[in-house]
Design a protein around this ligand. Structure first.
Ligand code: MN
Ligand code: MN
Length: 294
């Protein structure tokens, strides 16, 4: 890895750490998620970076992929996952934590399980660590607490302007002998009192560019040009586009989705609708060092 690359990744990580501290200060039970999202977006910009993806604020059984719509009225509650992405010049920090807003013993234990799993996975990690070894550590910490890891959600390698690049890091022992190698990686265990799987739920309002096709509608083309320029190959949300183009953006998004130029993610919901906790850090691994950036 180039020095310059490591510099930008650590810079993004430093900013992400500050944004997390800020998030912990402003998130309280019954604060509107929309207000939280807008404040966090503004904080990221204030610190000289950009969001690498729309903040995920996912409650209880929704494990991930939930961001407030421009007119969202949901209030913070339950077991809330706060997943934040920051990028500097396309170099990404991806990090998450969970909050118990109900003073629930089970929520607290789930959060401890996810955090212990993350710490254990990062403890002795090196370029030589096998993917199954990371998964096994995560699985052990979570199952020893009588919970389940979510096996169809995983960590991932992170490249410039590419949030999920190539390598998948399992949250259980998947028998993969592949060594993780050099690079930058997001490790993200999820712990649940449910069955340990997620399925697709409602549309999330989070999109990414899918493929290049002709779009007839000229306004949709204008919105698409803005998406490409502003977010490149990173995920984006309707909230950001409504801010730029007013609610007219929603129709353009619909047209682009119909033409399969953009893809909308679904919310990821625990199959037994049981609560889920998440913890996530981004780590740089080189032959010489390990840097947890977030
Ligand atoms: Mn994340
Ligand atoms: Mn991630």
């Amino acid at each position: 890895m180039e020095k310059d690359e490591i510099q930008k990744l650590t810079n993004a990580g430093e900013i992400a750490k500050k944004v997390k501290e800020f998030a912990r200060e402003i998130i309280k039970k019954d604060v509107p998620l929309l207000k939280i999202a807008n404040k966090i977006d503004a904080k990221i910009e204030e610190l000289g970076a950009k969001p690498a993806f729309p903040i995920n604020l996912s409650i209880n059984e929704v494990a991930a992929h939930s961001t407030p719509a421009f007119n969202d009225e949901t209030l913070a509650s339950g077991l809330l996952k706060v997943d934040i992405g920051v990028h500097v010049d396309g170099y990404i920090a991806d990090t998450a934590f969970s909050l118990d807003l109900e003073n629930s013993e089970e929520n607290k234990k789930l959060i401890q399980a996810a955090e212990a799993a993350l710490n254990s996975a990062l403890e002795n990690i090196s370029t030589k660590t096998k993917l199954r070894e990371i998964g096994a550590k995560i699985e052990k910490e979570i199952t020893s607490r009588k919970f389940q890891p979510i096996i169809n959600l995983s960590g991932h390698s992170v490249s410039q302007y590419d949030l999920h690049s190539g390598i998948t890091i399992p949250n259980y022992n998947n028998s993969q002998d592949f060594e993780i190698g050099e690079g930058s990686f997001a490790i993200e265990p999820f712990a649940t009192s449910g069955s340990g799987k997620v399925k697709d739920g409602k549309p999330s309002g989070i999109y990414n560019l899918e493929k290049e096709t002709q779009v007839r509608d000229s306004f949709a083309r204008e919105v698409l040009a803005y998406i490409k320029q502003e977010f490149k190959t990173l995920p984006f949300c309707s909230r950001w586009l409504v801010k730029k183009f007013t609610t007219r953006a929603l129709l353009a998004l619909k047209r682009l989705e119909e033409a399969q130029v953009i893809h909308q993610y679904s919310q990821l919901v625990e199959t037994q609708r049981k609560p889920v906790a998440q913890a996530e850090h981004t780590v740089i691994l080189t032959e010489k060092e390990k840097i947890v950036t977030t």
